[in-house]
Design a protein around this ligand. Structure first.
Ligand code: ADP
Ligand code: ADP
Length: 229
């Protein structure tokens, strides 16, 4: 499962000022679709509708065919795992950071999530392994390493859908490359929605939706969109 479908979705914080104007797209189960567009295009608004922080004024949002207006916010949060771009880690161990929010998780489950998020090799290379302190007074992790810890935390909850929120534009090239790699590795075979500021972040998405002023302006694969200029 894990298909996400927007059908002619319209929304305005103020009904007289529409922000999303008839947005339609589908993320087939297991595929990766990216929503890209300039600041103010409506990307964050779209993700807020998906989590029912607001309800659409028109159209429908469906997850596996079910209209989300029938689904609670809590249930949506269990269905869609969010991987933020800027992960703030707790000043605690890697184990705590991965298991956070799931105190009942067994060590085997935590380690499985770490394998899937590709942080197992990294952990094995640390003298204190899982017990390595991170955060302000601990080991300094790169942006991409921090994100992998966040991915492991999200995967541990085993949500059918992953959402990468990469709408922030300020990223150094090294971090952007790490984040692209994380996305490429983790999205394989999972339903993944990526909210991104730039086309360069989402080279390998199955489909890229370009949102401008609340409308789908273009859609296609990365190479097709580059050809359009
Ligand atoms: P993006 O994520 O693509 O930068 P947003 O969804 O944040 O775009 O914003 C789309 C439009 O909605 C912008 O004009 C923005 O000013 C407006 N907007 C965003 N959040 C709110 C809000 N909470 N209340 C009113 N207007 C908002
Ligand atoms: P929980 O720990 O409650 O299961 P998640 O790990 O799924 O929550 O999400 C982490 C937090 O991010 C939640 O508090 C959620 O409300 C919040 N959130 C929801 N939508 C977004 C979004 N579009 N971008 C960033 N964070 C979001």
């Amino acid at each position: 499962g894990g298909e996400v479908r927007f059908e002619d979705v319209s929304f305005g914080y103020d009904p007289r000022r529409p922000i999303l104007k008839g947005v339609s797209f589908t993320v087939p189960a297991g595929r990766t679709v990216a929503i890209v567009g300039p600041s103010g295009a409506g990307k964050s608004t779209l993700s807020r509708l998906l989590f029912r922080f607001y309800d659409a004024n028109g159209g429908r949002i469906l997850i596996d065919g079910q209209d989300i207006s029938q689904v609670t916010q809590a249930s949506l949060r269990a269905t869609i795992g969010i991987v933020p771009q800027d992960t703030v880690l707790f000043n605690d161990t890697i184990r705590y950071n991965v298991a956070y929010g799931r105190t009942s998780a067994s060590q085997a489950e935590v380690e499985h999530a770490a394998v899937l998020a590709h942080i197992d090799g990294f952990i094995a290379g640390l003298p204190d392994g899982w017990e390595t302190m991170v955060g302000e007074r601990g080991l300094k992790l790169s942006g991409g390493e921090k994100q992998r810890v966040a991915i492991a935390r999200t995967i541990l909850k085993d949500p059918p859908i992953l959402m990468f929120d990469e709408a922030t534009s300020a990223l150094d090239t090294h971090t952007e490359r790490e984040i692209q790699r994380n996305l490429r590795e983790v999205s394989r075979g999972r339903t993944t929605l990526v909210i991104a500021h730039r086309l360069s972040t989402v080279v390998e998405a199955d489909e890229i939706i370009v949102l401008e002023e609340g409308r789908v302006r273009e859609r296609g694969r990365h190479a097709d969109l580059l050809a359009l200029g």
